[in-house]
Design a protein. Sequence first.
Lengths: 399, 348
Amino acid sequence: MKPIPFLIAASLLAIANPVFAGTISVEAGSDAQSRLQAALIDAKPGDTIEIGAGRFDLTDGLSLDVDRVTVRGAGPGATILSFKAQKGAGEGLLVTADDVVLRGFAVEDSRGDGIKSKAANRIVYHDLRVEWTGGPRASNGAYGIYPVESTDVLIDKVTVRGASDAGIYVGQSKNIVVRNSIAMFNVAGIEIENCYGADVYQNVAMHNTGGILVFDLPDLPQKGGHAVRIFSNRTEKNDTPNFAPKGNIVAGVPNGTGVIIMANRDVEVFNNVIGENGSTNIFIVGYRNSFTDSGYNPLPSNISIRGNMHGRAGFAPGPQFDGGAEMVAAMGSVPPIVWDGTGTNIRVTDTVPTLSLGLSDPKDRATSANPKIVDLGSSPEPVALQAIVLPSSMEAAIR
Amino acid sequence: MKRALAVLAAWVLLVSASSPPEVDDTLIMGDTLPPSLKAFNLLSGSYGRIPNAGVTPYRLNTPLFSDYAEKFRFLYVPKGKKIAWREEGELDFPVGSVLVKSFGYPADMRKPDEHVRIIETRLLVRRETGWIALPYVWNADGTDAVLKRAGLRVDVSWTHLDGKPRAISYSVPNVNQCKGCHDDGANGLGLIGPKARNLNRERQLQALYAAGKIDRLPANLPLLPVWTDTMTGNVERRARAYLDVNCAHCHSRSGPANTSGLWLDWEQPEGPNLGFGKRPTAAGRGSGEGEFAIEPGHPDRSILIYRMQSLDPGIAMPELGRATVHEEGVALLSQWIAAMPTKDAGHP
């Protein structure tokens, strides 16, 4: 054999070198489980896994643990990962690596959560659908899109239907954007829980029990949720009766609530369209359960509600809303904004009535309430929050 | 000179052919993912039932439940190296070590040593870069096992302890699922079973020390109860041992389920993070009708028991390796919760 000239040898080596991103294609057909899972295991950093159009019938959860991998389907209406026959694992797809991009596919009927990412920094969820196809049922999985314990999260142009807890749930994370997405027929449409820094905008939350929730809970590694902006969303006609299991925190969400802010600080709700919500449009409350976590603050503070366009509210308060029926009897309806009366510096300048329940402690029940219409427009305006900026690589990934 | 070397080489070949097979340290330390289990030379005999020289069988006080599978455990430490003693947590195995675990089902659980069908053998191999997990599935005649990194489901049946037939879809985990339990955060894969306190039985630790495989041995050895043996601990201690082994690899402050705030490790003090009066975080329908992970005095209302009793993948705990309910484990934890004073419930 003639010696190969050095330059050619070098370029041959380069072709085989894993720094050059490759594409792994997986088409629909038999044995989808092992072929797709094998691709997710064999992928090298920088690779793209292309999932073809069609229906993939899966028997177990899928998982990805390789950094810088893009998983891309032919579109959320074309590439369907069905978990109807799932026998194991707590979610449809689990991601535990950084810089992963998920786009262009659907996850249907997973037994637990739809897509979960844990400790997966700079994750991008784009152009996805997660759906429980039998409609809202208690037997559906808990969360549709579920990033947790991550820094830099982008959720853009996703649709989630039927989650028995929250459609889009971001937990214990930092620096988050949720936008251009649709959440329908879930208990909670979009929920930001125990998070630091989130922008939630240009989403549609309709026909859930509650539209958009900003919560903070005790006894978790990350708590003290703050710096959340909810703006330019539509959260309307949230009319699905609560179908969450009893012990879940969202089981207390009143049927027909547009926005709930619970036990967070520094939250802005502005320029949203909020209406046709049977219990109320905006609900600002403290954490009602007992707790022993000494590092936990159960009260809301520095809340700014402004410039929202309100439609009808409070015409059919759910049974979870203490004293709702009495308010309807006395006033005709529950006002569009309700505050439990706890916490500090709650500012509301929307031109609709705000009802304070006048509680001194969020744990107190309606029997001790002293409800009255209040003007919260003279509270000082909290310091404006900065817009969330994500690393440019994340925005570039979806362009 | 050349000729002398050739003779020497032939003699070496002859000697090595007649001596018992040596574990292949080069393969263990390499960077390949060997497609065949046999190539490691760790085990011999049909379905690898016989450990080769240097491969030591061991048992645990309280093992992880895996759908009633019988497990056969072996450890290998390369010549001239030693395990570093750790009082708490897993022992520190040197680079080049292998932990071997075969999973099988006897035809009849009442005769666990007879007619055992070995399904798979899992290796945890300690390389320079950390542990790697390699699941091997045995062929039909038990001559070799092949690597199945993407996992596999195998139909398995047996006669159960109650004399009734059982059949399950047994799941050989894929390598990501291996990490799902064997997760050590930034360190990559970690161990679960081989903690000093769990290995402390039948003078196993003393034997390892005598064989020069462990660097030191304190006079007072930590001890984890045998979860089924009332002589080794009261109900509470045995229940805590069960939780530590079966749950804490995820449910701990640093495990994959850390964000639940439910931490079930041996060292965890009583309180909400151990589940007492702890409301669910992201359990979804896994909470059932319960309000607390553990509601003292009320196992029937405790989410922990509810999830152990379920076979629904959206509810069942642990999430992996659970196609059957571990009835004896449920009974022990129920007994523990039932005996708790209800005044500590943390109930509102």
